[in-house]
Structures are given as structure tokens and as C-alpha cells.
Design a protein. Structure first.
Length: 173
């Protein structure tokens, strides 16, 4: 059974669905429920990389992201949260593409479908956050999610196209 689900792509699609369920649960929590400031305070007592964080200064969703504006623990948490956005949709995009590429012959179709579905879910996730108290839905987060999914899908697409070309070339010889 396990080999069959790997061959037909169902295993990978289930990973994507699992990630989506985790994100749905996460989006239903308020910012305060998700905050890791207390834990970070214990783990990062010596404030490692504070000097590096001091050089960071940019605007994200009309909010100034800098050490002087947010403070050490909040800027660390900001990067953890945004990294989680990128990584979650990286996994969703990868899983969808690996699943769909087993189900459909066209890699371009599989790649397009994976990116469209991952980005659509990102939009739904931000909408869900809008319905949750203490959360702020951001189009910038959707762009970050899209970037995570797209980066891995394009990378995998290139590898699979190269792999196909090598197989095709070897068969011609």
C-alpha cells in the first residue's frame, strides 16, 4: 500500500493537506496565543546577533521593521514568523508538485496547478485570519507564501525536466 501511494502521488498530496490543516489550526489562534516572546527570552538571554539585527531596517506592511522599533525579541519573532510562512508554503508547493507530477503527464500543468492551489490556500488562510480576533491578514504574507511555493516548484520542475531530457537522450542512443 505504501509503495502504491508513493507511486501515484497520494502520499505527497496528503502531506500538503496535513500542512494546510496545521496552518488552519494556527490561523485560528490569536497573535497572543502564538507568541513565543517568553520562550525566546529564555533561549536568547545573551541576545545573539543583536548587532546584526541592529543593521536591519525596512518596511513590511506599512510597519517599520528595525531593532529600535520592535526590540530584540520581537524582531527575532518577526523573522521566525515570516520564515514559517515561507517554509510552510515551500512544503505545500513541494508536496503538491511531487503528488501532481505522479498523476499528470505534463510537468508544466503540475507546476502551474501546484502554485495556483498553494497561493489560493494562502489567500484563504489570510481570509481566515481576518475572521480570527487579534490577527491581521496581510497581502504581503500571501506574496511570501507564493514565493515559498513557487521557489521549490520551479526548482523541482527544472530538475525533473533535466531528468526527463537525460532519460530521453539515453533512450535515443
Amino acid at each position: 500500500m505504501k509503495k502504491k501511494s508513493l507511486k501515484n502521488g497520494n502520499f505527497w498530496i496528503l502531506i500538503a493537506v496535513f500542512m494546510m490543516l496545521l496552518l488552519f489550526y494556527s490561523s485560528s489562534q490569536t497573535y497572543q496565543q502564538q507568541s513565543q516572546i517568553g520562550t525566546l527570552g529564555h533561549l536568547l538571554k545573551d541576545e545573539p546577533f543583536k548587532e546584526t539585527f541592529g543593521k536591519i531596517n525596512f518596511c513590511y506592511a506599512n510597519r517599520q521593521v528595525s531593532l529600535s522599533n520592535l526590540g530584540y525579541l520581537s524582531i527575532v519573532e518577526f523573522f521566525i514568523r515570516k520564515g514559517a510562512h515561507f517554509f510552510s508554503y515551500f512544503v505545500i508547493g513541494m508536496s503538491l508538485f511531487l503528488g501532481f507530477s505522479k498523476k499528470y503527464k505534463s510537468l508544466i500543468f503540475s507546476a502551474s496547478l501546484s502554485i495556483i492551489l498553494a497561493t489560493s490556500y494562502a489567500c484563504l488562510d489570510e481570509f481566515h485570519q481576518m475572521l480570527t480576533g487579534g490577527r491581521t491578514p496581510l497581502i504581503q504574507d500571501v506574496v511570501l507564501d507564493f514565493s515559498g511555493a513557487t521557489s521549490i516548484v520551479i526548482t523541482l520542475l527544472i530538475f525533473k525536466l533535466i531528468q526527463r531530457q537525460k532519460i530521453y537522450s539515453a533512450d535515443k542512443k
